[in-house]
Ligand binder design. Sequence first.
Ligand SMILES: *[C@@H]1O[C@H](CO)[C@@H](O)[C@H](O)[C@H]1NC(C)=O
Ligand SMILES: *[C@@H]1O[C@H](CO)[C@@H](O)[C@H](O)[C@H]1NC(C)=O
Ligand SMILES: *[C@@H]1O[C@H](CO)[C@@H](O)[C@H](O)[C@H]1NC(C)=O
Length: 256
Amino acid sequence: MVDASIANRYIRRSLLGVTSFLINWNNYDHRHFLLLVYGIQSSPLAHIDVKFVFCNLTKPEQRVLIALEILRFNDIIILNCTENMNNGKTYTYFPSLPRILSRPYDYIMKADDDVFIRLAPLALSLEPLPRLDLYYGFVIPCTSMNPHVDYMSGIGFLLSWDIVEWIGNSNIPENNTNGLEDKLVGKWLKMGNKAKNRFSNKPAIYDYPGINGRCSNELIPETVVVHRLKRWDQWSKVLEYFNVIKDLKHSNLYHL
Ligand SMILES: *[C@@H]1O[C@H](CO)[C@@H](O)[C@H](O)[C@H]1NC(C)=O
Ligand SMILES: *[C@@H]1O[C@H](CO)[C@@H](O)[C@H](O)[C@H]1NC(C)=O
Ligand SMILES: *[C@@H]1O[C@H](CO)[C@@H](O)[C@H](O)[C@H]1NC(C)=O
């Protein structure tokens, strides 16, 4: 039997691109860990693909090792850009997507690799919001509650597909490529008079407790994103708090 309330809902497709600069091509351990963290989550409302975004590979051995990873996990996007800190990846990421994806998504998200995103609460928080012209995230600065001023932090932000297409077609981005990447996105949208619908999801998005006075928060049940997870003890505390391992069955094969 199908749960009608779920069957009648439109299942939205999102692409979560993990684009942090810490994700360099040989950071296999961390990518593998993130694949686990996202692979065991699901939401009845959404289909969410997680991919790691690189610029051009530079060493011959990368082609083989990354090819293996793609064969097994299909988790990699390689953009036509060179890896450097403040120029290129975001600028290349959004404009490239309409061209390189075989079919559109409803939303495109960009996130850091030191965040834990809870996919079901994320999908739930998007459900009541407008589907189009949407810019969703955590508005800078930490204390600001007005998403119409300034831009969404690189912790993790999301654009509706129409905006991604606009970025791909407009000549505003190509004429404005200097500056902090996440800030640039806000600038393009402002110049283009786009993203009338904005949602800064506070306090559901925050830095890990005690890391940064103003952006930090205690872990709370309605959390969507926890940021600045740099150590295993922080990750394990977060995964336990949100019951990520609750479905583990008792077995004679292991004892934890
Ligand atoms: C990739 O980027 C280089 C340098 O910006 C450019 O010359 C080249 O045409 C691009 N290739 C594709 C396929 O877009
Ligand atoms: C990236 O690699 C492709 C294919 O090897 C090449 O055509 C392109 O020019 C490179 N782009 C940059 C920005 O180096
Ligand atoms: C972008 O730059 C080009 C070349 O400098 C110029 O022709 C064009 O009008 C500019 N577009 C915008 C939207 O500023």
